[in-house]
Design a protein around this ligand. Structure first.
Ligand SMILES: CC(C)(COP(=O)(O)OP(=O)(O)OC[C@H]1O[C@@H](n2cnc3c(N)ncnc32)[C@H](O)[C@@H]1OP(=O)(O)O)[C@@H](O)C(=O)NCCC(=O)NCCS
Length: 235
């Protein structure tokens, strides 16, 4: 049976330069360079923790030393394990604000997303949400509207990350059934409105100021996320 595991790490206070350097040096040069391109220390630290989390999840699951894993990226940026033709699983990571979120599945595909709640620009919804989704969004106000905006956002991101296409898939080319969402279920619909029940979604409450969501082609998604300390991924 498919096993999916989810992990979250709080980014926490700034690591010392020594700890940051020590951890960076355990990663391939291209990862070090990608992480050091972030201008803010917060983003560098989150990028580092996400890269370490990905390697820890894979290493624990595959029984391969983290330093021996070769992680490539598709043309659309999707990370994958190179050279493991037998492995039928998948992994994915996300980082936003204080949180780093990651998941691994033994079968099929997985996309994960975390987003911090920020003030929203309703204009953005025209480019991201379908008419039915926008109608619901406009019918809400204040914190409810803000929360719904990010529920949709994280579900959409989790889906485009599960299929690996990222933003090359227009976010208005698929949507979520509103009556189902209101009833606490998530049902994906394609551009023509046809339900796609073979895609499974789950949302998680970890921090009131954030929304967490995952998407997979596998059923029976986990009901909770395991919290890890920074030390558990850095050491
Ligand atoms: C890159 C993208 C896939 C996710 O971006 P994001 O939400 O800003 O970032 P997240 O932290 O959730 O995810 C980034 C991670 O996803 C992974 N990733 C990148 N491209 C990916 C792809 N095509 N498929 C799956 N995973 C991908 C990477 O591991 C990346 O982290 P890393 O570079 O540190 O290793 C893409 O959807 C994007 O740029 N989104 C912009 C946000 C936006 O405008 N959203 C509108 C929603 S309404």
């Amino acid at each position: 049976m498919t096993n999916i595991q989810l992990f979250a790490i709080h980014r926490g206070a700034q690591l010392s330069d020594t700890d940051m350097q020590t951890a960076l040096q355990t990663l391939p040069l291209e990862d070090q360079q990608r992480i050091m391109r972030y201008r803010r220390w917060e983003d560098r630290q989150s990028g580092l923790l996400a890269a370490k989390l990905a390697r820890k999840m894979l290493s624990d699951h595959l029984g391969v030393a983290a330093s021996e894993l070769q992680i490539g990226r598709s043309d659309l940026g999707r990370p994958y394990v190179q050279g493991l033709t037998q492995w039928q699983g998948d992994f994915n990571v996300s980082h936003s604000g204080d949180w780093i979120f990651g998941g691994i599945t033994t079968q099929g595909v997985l996309g994960v997303d975390v987003e911090g709640l920020r003030e929203i620009e309703m204009d953005v919804s025209k480019h991201c949400y379908c008419p039915e989704e926008r109608d619901e969004l406009y019918s809400l106000h204040g914190t409810e509207q803000n929360a719904f905006f990010y529920v949709l956002w994280t579900l959409k991101e989790a889906y485009i990350k599960a299929i690996g296409t990222g933003l090359s898939t227009p976010l208005t080319s698929f949507g979520f059934d509103i009556p189902s969402l209101k009833a606490g279920r998530v049902l994906l619909k394609d551009e023509s409105g046809t339900p796609q029940p073979h895609w499974h979604f789950q949302r998680y409450d970890v921090d009131d100021a954030y929304r967490f969501a995952i998407c997979s082609d596998q059923p029976n998604l986990p009901s909770s996320i395991t919290l890890l300390t920074r030390d558990e991924v850095l050491n």
